[in-house]
Each structure stands twice: as C-alpha cells, then as structure tokens.
Design a protein around this ligand. Structure first.
Ligand code: MBD
Ligand code: FE
Length: 256
C-alpha cells in the first residue's frame, strides 16, 4: 500500500496545484475552501461528500476489469456488521405497514450461466419515506437490512416495502455545494443496495433501480451504470424487483 501512496499522492497534489494555478486561486479563496472542509468534518459528511463526488469514478475504474454484472457505488449507509440472516422478509417498520409491498428476488449465476448456491447477499435500502435505519431518526437498525442466501438453484427471494427517490441530506455542506454552488440537485433515484459475496467469486457491490422512477439516469451521485434498472412488474399488488447477478471468479492478488 505505501508504494501506492508514494505513487498516487504526489500526482494528486500536483493535479490540485495545477487547478489552483489555472484559476489563480487567491488566499481568500484558499481560506474559504479550508473553512468548507472544516464544515464537512464538523457535519460528519466526509463519507457523503466523497460518495457524491468521487465514488462513481472508483466504480468506473473497477468495472473496467469486471466480468459478469458490473458494480455500482456502495453509498455511505452500509452498516459494517453482520446483517441478520433472513429467509423470507426484511423487517418492516410497523408504521410502514400501509406502504407498497415489494418482493426482491433473483438468481445468482457464474460466467458460464451455472447457478451459484450459498452466495450471501446483504440487502439494504431506505424506508418508504427515504430514511436509513441505524443512520437517521433513531430508526432501529434491524429494519430494511438483511442477509439472504441463495438456494441450490442460485435463487433468493425476500419481501420488503418499496423505497422512494431519495434526497441525500441537503442541509449540510454537501447539499450546499451541490445545490447552491454547483447548480445541481441532491436527489438519488429510488434504489436497493446489494453486496454479494461467495467463496471463490469476486465480491459485487451493486444497486437496483426502479424503471420509470424519478431521477433514474439523473442521479446526484452520478452513477451511470444502470444495468440494473428493473422493469415495472407487479404480482398481486406487490412490486417485483427481479435482480439477477452474474459473478466472476475471485482473482488472487499476487504478492509483489
Ligand atoms: C445514499 O443512500 C446512497 O446510496 C448514496 C450513494 C449516497 C447518499 C445516500
Ligand atoms: Fe442508498
């Protein structure tokens, strides 16, 4: 890693310096930028800001070497913990009982089209009013998060409630930059997050989007990998999100 740091950081600094030179940035502007970054830190928005501005580029780079389903950004609200194993349903907040029912299901296959059984899929998404459990409004982290396993045929299926287009927190410095200074908006299309893991396969972090939904293709986080825009299908009044994943083999990192 430290070799990489030695290679990357000087280039990064030089690239920033060139922007400062090109725009003849003044000391006042330098100080304003400095103050902005302190504000980002104080608002605890470093992950949010970096996700909004840079994460999609890392995904773009990763996808250049990816076979099978392309990846998407992770987002800031994955909880780094063991997700509860669920077999049928993600836990639904009681007050969301009347929100639209959703079935998330699909199959996992390898590059040859063979089913991958025993894959673990962490699934997380917002409440029907756009909040993440464990993050916002003291919503218990057990809601709308779970780990499912694919069966012998590579299939998984779990019920939940349909999320909506999501406005990233816009009262802080990230929202101010996007909306006030850059003339952008702070909305993401409704989405479901996935992290697929299986022994011998390359991990896949992904998101599924709802066909025809607001902000699909116009995401404030600039995701442009939209392979997983899922057709609008209903079964017995339930929105069906058929989300299939093709996993490539894990590659091994050789030393040196
Ligand atoms: C989210 O829910 C999200 O998925 C991303 C990428 C950024 C902010 C909030
Ligand atoms: Fe999200």
């Amino acid at each position: 890693m430290s070799e990489r740091v030695k290679q990357i950081v000087p280039d990064l600094i030089e690239a920033v310096r060139n922007v400062l030179r090109d725009h003849k940035v003044t000391f006042d502007e330098y100080r304003a930028g400095f103050g902005y970054m302190i504000g980002v830190q104080e608002a605890k928005e470093i992950p949010l800001l970096l996700d909004a501005l840079l994460n999609s580029t890392i995904v773009e780079i990763e996808n250049q070497t990816r076979g099978g389903t392309k990846a998407d950004i992770q987002g800031p609200y994955y909880l780094d913990e063991n997700y509860p194993l669920v077999t049928k349903a993600l836990a639904v907040r009681p007050e969301d009982a009347d929100a639209e029912d959703m079935i998330i299901r699909g199959c996992v296959t390898d590059l040859a089209g063979q089913p991958v059984s025993g894959a673990e899929i962490d699934i997380w998404h917002s409440t029907p009013d756009g909040l993440y459990s464990g993050i916002h409004d003291n919503i218990d982290r057990k809601y709308y998060r779970g780990r499912v396993l694919t069966d012998a045929d590579g299939h998984y299926s779990v019920t939940s409630k349909t999320p909506v287009a999501y406005q990233i927190p816009n009262q802080g410095p990230t929202g101010e930059l996007l909306e006030k200074h850059l003339g952008r908006h702070s909305w993401r299309p409704a989405h479901i997050h996935f992290w697929v893991r299986c022994v011998g396969k390359r991990d896949l972090i992904n998101q599924a989007y709802f066909e025809g939904g607001d902000y699909v293709g116009n995401d404030c986080c600039e995701t442009d990998h939209l392979d997983l825009v899922v057709p609008k299908i209903y079964e017995n009044g339930k929105r069906v999100m058929q989300v299939n994943f093709v996993l490539e083999p894990a590659y091994t990192i050789s030393a040196g």
